[in-house]
Design a protein around this ligand. Structure first.
Ligand SMILES: N[C@@H](CCC(=O)N[C@@H](CS)C(=O)NCC(=O)O)C(=O)O
Length: 207
């Protein structure tokens, strides 16, 4: 099997499992005990100098950064289905919100939660209320980010939103919750959740 995901169910690798389920490509999971610090072992640092999960290895290709893993998988194995074609104008919206999640939502919510002092004009994530309005504009009036068509951008962006809502890092505005509910209905997400829970239980990791 050529695709290997270094995985722990309490890490962003849990969302990559959802990506793999949506893409429908064969893969192997390799458990990394992040609580014991295995991600800092030389073998893994050789793959990801950050010493972090997730790491996806596909033959000779190593991809880290959850968003990059999703974009890679969609382009390589689900082009035209989970990723708009290179000449499809929808690709602009697709890339826009795929990058917005790690570049704006994640640091923006972390900054808010940790009470960071920063200049909105200099920090890439900017103003908190503007970020919330941007999220609303993305999902408020359409089923998925591209309209009726679900795409990898929904896993990258929506996966972040779901996580932030679950851990109460994002205020539960009705349109955010409704979008997260639409994502929760995806069979591939339900399969991924079940597999993550089974690994958690088998390893006695608690919830
Ligand atoms: N920007 C990275 C973040 C990766 C990350 O922070 N991973 C966490 C788990 S979700 C991790 O490995 N933490 C363990 C550590 O830093 O030692 C991504 O999106 O993949």
């Amino acid at each position: 099997m050529s695709i290997v995901l270094y995985h722990h169910p309490f890490s962003r690798a849990a969302s990559v499992l959802w990506m793999l389920e949506e893409v429908g490509v064969e893969h192997e999971l390799r458990f990394v005990d992040i609580m014991a610090g295995e991600q800092k072992e030389p073998e893994l640092v050789a793959l990801n100098p950050m010493g972090k999960l997730p790491i996806l290895v596909d033959g000779d290709v190593v991809v880290t950064e959850s968003a990059a893993i999703g974009l890679y998988l969609a382009d390589r194995y689900a082009a035209g289905r989970l990723a708009p074609a290179l000449d499809d104008p929808a690709r602009g919206t697709y890339l826009r919100w795929s990058c917005f999640a790690p570049a704006v939502i994640e640091p923006g919510l972390m900054a808010k939660m940790a009470g960071w002092d920063y200049k909105e004009g200099q920090a890439g994530w900017g103003n908190h209320e503007a970020m919330l309005r941007a999220i609303e504009s993305a999902v408020g009036e359409r089923e998925f980010l591209l309209g009726a068509q679900f795409s990898m951008a929904d896993i990258i962006f929506g996966g972040t939103l779901r996580y932030m809502l679950t851990f109460k890092m994002l205020e539960p505005r009705p349109v955010f919750v409704a979008y997260a509910d639409r994502l929760s209905a995806r069979p591939a997400l339900q399969r991924a959740d079940e597999r993550n829970a089974a690994i958690r239980d088998a390893r006695g990791l608690g919830s």
